[in-house]
Design a protein around this ligand. Structure first.
Ligand code: NI
Length: 169
């Protein structure tokens, strides 16, 4: 099932998500639906709050479904170490058509559970490190625009407000 993606302005995107405590068939179905939804939207990451579900769960595939082994499911993830910095263009499925330069760690190591509840530690560099940080931010109610200058952030907010008024958001 492909879910509609919740857009910026909906409170669920700015709330801390609840921990995943039950790892069952229902969760596996949700994970499969999140991958389908992410691929349909041409994203490289999707967090459960982006489909209106306030659970600490995200999926990532920076290969855009080219490599099935690249699929990552992170339940209750936390960044445990970071290294270096990178600045590159970033976007978010919940803020369609807005992209901006954002600075993130060059490397990030994450501790999480997989879809079966198994503990794991995974490290990423470059785009993968960016995806880890971006998606885990979502689970803490933080959007990528929080990492931009106030000027840039306000400009995006104003544009969104205008689109909401015009019924285009
Ligand atoms: Ni996002």
């Amino acid at each position: 099932m492909i879910y509609p993606i919740v857009k910026y302005g909906q409170p669920v995107l700015e709330e801390a998500a609840a921990a995943v405590t039950i790892f069952d068939a229902e969760l596996e179905k949700l994970v499969a639906d999140m991958f389908d939804t992410m691929y349909a939207a041409h994203g490289v990451g999707l967090a459960a709050p982006q489909i209106g579900i306030s659970k600490s769960l995200c999926v990532i595939d920076i290969t855009s479904n080219e490599d099935p082994t690249a699929r990552l499911v992170l339940a209750n993830p936390e960044v445990i170490s970071i290294e270096g910095k990178q600045t590159d263009e970033e976007g978010c499925l919940s803020l369609p058509n807005f992209r901006a330069q954002a600075t993130r760690p060059m490397k990030a190591t994450v501790r999480a559970q997989d879809a079966r509840g198994q503990e794991m530690t995974v490290s990423g560099e470059g785009l993968l490190a960016r995806a880890f940080c971006h998606e885990i931010d979502h689970l803490n109610g933080i959007l990528f625009i929080h990492h931009l200058s106030m000027l840039k952030r306000d400009s995006i907010r104003r544009k969104v407000r205008r689109m909401v008024k015009a019924g285009e958001w």
